[in-house]
Design a protein around this ligand. Structure first.
Ligand code: ZN
Length: 63
């Protein structure tokens, strides 16, 4: 089995992880209620997906 010849230095691994950044989620607008929603996901606010009601959404009672 291939094994690394030397230890990877702190500088080298730090440089590698320096190129890792968190990405913002792909937000789109819901065509039903115009709330921001995640792409390819049922809308959290109205429960619609692809023009149909897919899930029941609880109404905000305690807000
Ligand atoms: Zn919606």
């Amino acid at each position: 089995m291939a094994v690394p010849k030397r230890k990877v230095s702190k500088q080298r691994s730090n440089k590698r992880y320096a190129n890792w950044k968190a990405e913002a989620p792909n937000l789109g607008e819901c065509p039903q209620c115009h709330e921001p929603k995640l792409a390819h996901r049922v809308c959290k606010a109205c429960g619609y997906y692809d023009g149909q009601k897919v899930v029941d959404v609880k109404q905000d009672k305690d807000k």
